[in-house]
Design a protein around this ligand. Structure first.
Ligand code: BES
Ligand code: MN
Ligand code: ZN
Length: 480
């Protein structure tokens, strides 16, 4: 999508659809007033009114987009209104979209169009042209077009990063296996990141018996990717760190999952996808911070060489784990990735992201991710950033008493605590591998994909959940 900023009132080109953001309770004039009067359109949030061949304008088509009360119009409101405009017109057959009415929030409106126009169509070879989106260019009316274009650079970097994450999450598991994911992370070195890839032999030397067990039934080699962005003035300043679960496909292993919806488990690398996206945006906008991104990449398969229920694993931390269910594999990957992260980088904090448990979906539904933390400041920074970016988090507890659910008769712990509080006991398991470093765990099984989506800036499928949130938290709290 080509984005431009134009002065309000600039001439409308040929084949252009105009979307006008309007507010609740405000009056209209002429043909628009007549159209509004003939409909139920009030300017409420999310409403649209399509006016074909409007009189007295050069627009081929005019869509009014409701944005609610003018006083409450904010960044997310502008993004959603412009995204709604794009969604209403993307199949119109017109090639240019003009968005007017965003005022000082024109850059946010353009960002909303960028997010809404994301599409993963790499494997559609027979789609007729008339089924493809027709809008190729969007002009956003701005009070100060040049200044807005400059301000848009950071939004464009963020949109690029979110698209990168969505692509990773959308790719099928035969294409995106651990080594291919690692290659795509490595390719981000062109943005100025430094990327190291550790294979199984190196992880064996480090003693990562927990992560390696998960991947041992797969013909695809497990990988640990270390991404570094050293953007702070002082390159030796303590970094912040993000760690992602990257299970490129989760069959459940020997504790195999039922067939229904198993294809969704290509998305089980969503946490690692988000971490890669966060590193992408930090480098893309040259953030003044030192940051580490760690991706634990494996494939969980049933095979003669698979790990078994009953196996006892020794993690890099030295703690032993009795496997009782090979489908509780994400925490085994993160146990070694988190331990390695704190051991090598001594970070200011670690935030891990993982599509870790079905239980978080039962607890929170599909619009909130679970946020566990051993540190109040980190938790409140995350929740605040989530609110501002409309990526909702809900704080979850880490009750010490529930630790007894993961006691094992023969090892230091077992890898699941049973059904009650399944997301909580998974988090308590992870907490044993953070060595008291300030840490938060985001269980994003509930939010990594939307099928279907009800958010205008998120097309059906991969969300890229957390990239916006973490980018904002870094920008507002950890840079400089
Ligand atoms: N990747 C799944 C969690 C998941 C389930 C994500 C559904 C998205 C949608 C994870 O590896 C898993 O299988 N968790 C089990 C844990 C159980 C065996 C203790 C679960 O949630 O059922
Ligand atoms: Mn699993
Ligand atoms: Zn999983």
């Amino acid at each position: 999508m080509d984005i431009q900023f134009v002065a309000a009132g600039a001439a409308v080109p040929a084949k252009c659809a105009v979307a006008r953001i309007v507010f609740e309770g405000e009056a209209h004039t002429g043909a628009v007033a007549q159209a509004v009067a003939a409909s139920r359109f009030t300017g409420g949030k999310g409403q649209t009114l399509d006016i074909l061949a409007p009189q007295g304008t050069d627009a081929a088509r005019l869509v009014l987009v409701g944005a609610g009360k003018r006083e409450a119009f904010d960044a997310v409101g502008a993004e959603n209104a412009a995204a709604t405009a794009y969604n209403a017109l993307k199949a119109s057959g017109l090639e240019v979209l003009r968005v007017e009415g965003a005022g000082a929030l024109a850059a946010n409106a353009a960002f909303g169009v960028r997010l809404a126009s994301y599409r993963f169509d790499r494997y559609r070879t027979k789609e007729p042209a008339e089924k493809k989106p027709s809008i190729l260019r969007t002009e956003v009316a701005a009070d100060d077009p040049d200044g807005t274009l400059t301000a848009f650079a950071d939004f464009a970097a963020l949109a690029d990063a979110i698209s990168f994450t969505r692509d990773l999450v959308s790719e099928p598991p035969n294409v995106l296996y651990p080594a291919e994911f690692a290659r795509r992370a490595k390719a981000l070195e062109t943005l100025g990141l430094e990327v190291e890839i550790l294979g199984e032999a190196e992880m064996m030397k480090l003693g990562m018996g927990s992560l390696l067990a998960v991947g041992q039934g797969s013909i695809r080699e497990s990988q640990l990717v270390v991404m570094k962005w050293m953007g702070a003035a002082d390159k030796s300043a303590q970094p912040i760190a993000f760690v992602g679960k990257g299970v490129c496909f989760d069959t459940g292993g020997i504790s195999i999952k039922p067939a229904e919806n198993m294809e969704d488990m290509k998305w089980d690398m969503g946490g690692a996808g988000t971490v890669a996206g966060v590193m992408h945006v930090l480098a893309g906008r040259k953030a003044k911070v030192n940051a580490i991104g760690i991706l634990g990449l494996v494939e969980n398969m049933p095979d003669g060489n698979s790990y078994r229920p009953g196996d006892v694993l020794t993690s890099m931390s030295g703690q032993t784990i009795e496997v009782v269910n090979t489908d509780a594999e994400g925490r085994l990957v993160l146990a070694d990735a988190l331990w390695y992260c704190q051991d090598r980088f001594k970070p200011k904090f670690m935030v891990d992201l993982a599509t870790l448990t079905g239980a978080i979906i039962i607890a929170l539904g599909n619009d909130l991710a679970g946020c566990y933390a051993n540190n109040e400041e980190l938790a409140s920074n995350l929740l605040e950033a989530g609110k501002a970016e409309d990526e909702g988090l809900w704080r979850m507890p880490l009750p010490d008493a529930y630790n007894k659910q993961i006691d094992s008769m023969i090892a230091d712990m077992k890898n699941t605590g049973g059904r009650p509080g399944g997301s909580i006991t998974a988090a308590l398991f992870l907490q044993r591998y953070v060595n008291n470093v300030p840490w938060a765990h985001l269980d994003i099984a509930s939010t990594a994909w939307k099928k279907p989506s009800s958010v205008p800036t998120v097309p059906d499928g991969a969300v890229g959940f957390g990239v916006r949130l973490l980018n904002r938290m870094v920008r507002d709290k950890y840079e400089g």
